[in-house]
Design a protein around this ligand. Structure first.
Ligand SMILES: Cc1ncc(COP(=O)(O)O)c(C=O)c1O
Length: 438
């Protein structure tokens, strides 16, 4: 249940919409903040200090801020360890063997999955490898992994090393689509490749939201194209989960994985998530890499020699989960549940639309927005190219940091900023734009 809703947040935008032809003023922006039904959630987060105050933090696309409740959640597990020792695995309100179960429903809701399709384990790149171990099975002519040219380096390394692991050469079997370097990619470019070369493709590995450009992709369309070609479809949702609406069960990809330290605010290295579509749950022919945590709790401690998979995505778990890296995610997902994802998305669109408008109105000569203008094709993030080039861009970025306005820099000339609906204000967007001018 959320406190806000689409209607309230759209009302909050009414004033600037009424004055659409007039540049936004600071008063307009402050009005938006006073009308924001989610404004109090900001109090639940810790902002890094800057001078007497704190940073204008616009970097949730990289590392989300710490919920105040996160350290209590970690402390609670420390306390359980101190008080119960080994019995903490089974006793108390939140026994560690059941900890991941409390994460399942909120994560499934955020990614539009059935509960059994979602699990938590490891970290993102590890999960991509584990999922590819099961779903990338080159055979005969069908041996390629298709990625986008600007794929996040870790995904590229993972895909290339999987290809080598099968004794193949990435130079022949790793295919890259798109022009690269923050160029947007139309799904038709991938479709065209799959229509002509689909019989050679074993796996399409694609992002939900592209990390450099902020472009959100049509996951259903990509999945359809991959499946029509006879290939598997897997998604890296690092920049998508908690940011844009997802419908993984319905869209039908074979697998997906995500980290939880960006929009999910669970802290650096927090436990990551994975999705395995229901259609694969009862298969006995998968080359899944297995460990004892993939055995259901009812059998795990029987210590049997034969592996008996837990139902659903849980069968992909390997090891004892890192309790202290799970606890902050629990705390953070509670906040998502209080706010409600629809209300968050509604505010997110309003924030990013406002930032876009302010940039067009005040910084058009300084910054080019690379992220799609269509709000359905982006989440919070805007990727901004500094028109004056790398050196001027780097100086501008350093100046922003010195003023406590935190985005991140991507070579050679891109500043990424992400107003996040849980803790950013409309005034943070104003502050960014103002700080680019002074
Ligand atoms: C799109 C994307 N994929 C993969 C990763 C790698 O994540 P990890 O270091 O948690 O494996 C990141 C990290 O920022 C990312 O942004």
């Amino acid at each position: 249940m959320g406190v806000g809703g689409d209607i309230i947040c759209q009302n909050a935008l009414q004033r600037p919409r009424q004055t659409m032809n007039m540049p936004l003023t600071l008063d307009d922006i402050r009005h938006l903040d006073t009308q924001d039904p989610l404004r109090e959630f900001r109090e639940q987060f810790l902002f890094p200090a800057h001078g007497e105050g704190h940073q204008t933090y616009l970097c949730g696309n990289s590392l989300g801020l710490q919920p105040r409740s996160a350290s209590q959640a970690v402390q609670r597990e420390m306390q359980a360890w101190a008080e119960r020792g080994v019995e903490g695995h089974f006793q108390g309100e939140r026994p560690w063997t059941r900890q991941h179960e409390t994460l399942r429903a909120p994560l499934a809701a955020l990614c539009g999955a059935d509960g059994a399709e979602v699990t938590t384990m490891n970290t993102l790149t590890v999960n991509l490898h584990l999922l590819m171990a099961a779903f990338y099975r080159p055979s005969g002519r069908r041996s390629q992994i298709v990625i986008e040219r600007q794929a996040f380096p870790s995904d590229r390394y993972a895909a290339a090393s999987q290809i080598r692991w099968h004794g193949l050469d990435p130079a022949d079997h790793l295919v890259e689509i798109g022009a690269g370097h923050t160029a947007l990619i139309d799904e038709s470019e991938l479709e065209n490749y799959l229509e002509t070369h689909g019989e050679q493709v074993a796996l399409v590995l694609w992002p939900g939201v592209q990390y450099a450009s902020g472009q959100a992709f049509d996951l259903a369309r990509i999945t359809r194209a991959a499946h029509a070609a006879g290939a598997m479809a897997g998604f890296d949702l690092a920049h998508a989960i908690g940011n844009i609406p997802l419908a993984l069960h319905e869209d039908g990809p074979d697998f997906a994985a995500w980290c939880t330290y960006k929009y999910l605010n669970a802290g650096p290295g927090a436990i990551a998530g994975a999705f395995v579509h229901q259609r694969h749950h009862d298969r006995s022919d998968l080359t899944r890499l297995e460990g004892w945590w993939g055995v259901g709790l009812d059998r795990r401690f029987l210590m049997e020699p034969a592996y008996q998979p837990a139902g659903g995505a849980d069968a992909w778990q390997l090891s004892t989960p890192p309790t202290l890296a799970v606890a902050p995610l629990e705390a953070s997902l509670d906040i998502f549940a209080q706010a409600g994802f629809n209300a968050l998305r509604s505010k997110s669109r309003a924030l990013t639309d406002t930032l876009e408008r302010l940039i067009h109105e005040q910084l058009d000569d300084v910054l080019e927005i690379l992220t799609p203008a269509n709000p359905d094709r982006r989440g919070c993030q805007l990727s901004l190219r500094v028109r004056a080039g790398r050196e001027a861009g780097r100086r501008l970025f350093d100046r922003l940091v010195a003023r406590g306005v935190i985005g991140d820099w991507r070579e050679p000339d891109i500043i990424r900023v992400a107003p996040v609906p849980l803790y950013n204000r409309f005034e943070d967007c104003w502050e960014l734009v103002r700080s680019c001018r002074v």
